[in-house]
Design a protein around this ligand. Structure first.
Ligand SMILES: C[S@@+](CC[C@H](N)C(=O)[O-])C[C@H]1O[C@@H](n2cnc3c(N)ncnc32)[C@H](O)[C@@H]1O
Length: 282
């Protein structure tokens, strides 16, 4: 597991969504739903930062995450009324979270943490089952083609910032580029902390995130039962400007709606979508 994700106070200090990002996401949701979301699911919710945002707007929210400490933090900070959070794998979020969500949100290429494309197809299929017919799925992912290269080096640098509960910390994230065999983007992240309770002075980790070629992604969405792509937005800009849904589009936020059941059988990915499983690099 990622040690940074287990430190929710650190995660929240760096990744609480900005006002601009919140407004952009609200705009997308309202454009495609024609109203505010009523029931929101985040299947990799971390400490529940997006759930808190939608709860404050009156939505009923539910979330799950593989990391028990993040769920403990979400359970502590979100009011019990209107929010349900449990430990669970996004391949199949726990049924106790319920069904009939009109908005599912899963940003920052969190699905890239899954082990392989079969897992991603399983994820989309189970999200599809949990959505209403006119519901939307706002999902962040990386569209890269074979032979694309990613600019290596600094991706994100911030700090020192104060950490709730005491101490301060700085974070640096770098990309080591696309790994040719697995098509994953390798990320190196270093967190330096001082006086943060129960936290090491340095957390250094390296992990791989799945990326998707456009044909693979289309294959996966079909194998998951069928989704229509309503819109594609540039995830590297918090105003989320529109971007063409095309090969090599890079880090994007897609707005998906379930379409009629496709004829592709679940688990029926073609060979182009079966890349080798990633290896843990930590
Ligand atoms: C980039 S964070 C996003 C958290 C949250 N959605 C947000 O936007 O603030 C990625 C999250 O994915 C979680 N994660 C990784 N693999 C997972 C899996 N298989 N199932 C559920 N959560 C997972 C991590 O624990 C982490 O909290």
């Amino acid at each position: 597991m990622n040690a940074f994700y287990a430190r929710s106070a650190l995660y929240a200090a760096f990744f609480t969504p900005s006002t601009e990002m919140r407004q952009s996401v609200d705009r997308l949701a309202r454009r495609h739903l024609r109203r505010k979301p009523l029931r929101v699911l985040d299947p990799a919710c971390g400490p529940g930062l997006w759930l808190a945002h939608f709860l404050a707007q009156g939505a009923e929210v539910a979330g799950s995450d593989l990391e028990p400490k993040a769920i403990a933090m979400a359970a502590k900070t979100l009011p019990a009324r209107g929010a349900r959070v449990v430990v669970g794998d996004m391949r199949r979020p726990p049924d106790e979270l319920g069904f009939g969500f009109d908005c599912v949100i899963n940003l920052d290429n969190s699905i890239g943490h899954l082990s392989d494309y079969m897992d991603v197809a399983e994820h989309f299929a189970s999200i599809r089952q949990r959505m209403t017919d006119r519901g939307i799925y706002l999902v962040g992912l990386a569209l890269r083609e074979d032979g694309d290269s990613i600019h290596t080096g600094l991706v994100y640098e911030r700090g020192p910032v104060d950490i709730e509960g005491g101490g301060f910390a700085a974070l640096r994230t770098e990309s080591l580029g696309l790994q040719p065999t697995t098509r994953c983007e390798r990320i190196r992240q270093i967190t330096i902390t001082a006086n943060v309770p129960d936290t090491p002075a340095v957390i250094a980790e390296q992990y791989d995130l799945l990326t998707f070629t456009l044909p693979m992604l289309k294959d996966i969405l079909a194998a998951a039962g069928g989704f229509e792509v309503l819109a594609c937005h540039d995830a590297t800009d918090e105003s989320l400007p529109a971007r063409a849904f095309r090969k090599s589009a890079g880090d994007v936020v897609l707005v998906l709606r379930r379409s009629k059941e496709t004829s592709a059988k679940r688990g029926g990915l073609t060979r182009r979508s079966r890349a080798p499983r990633k290896k843990t690099t930590r």
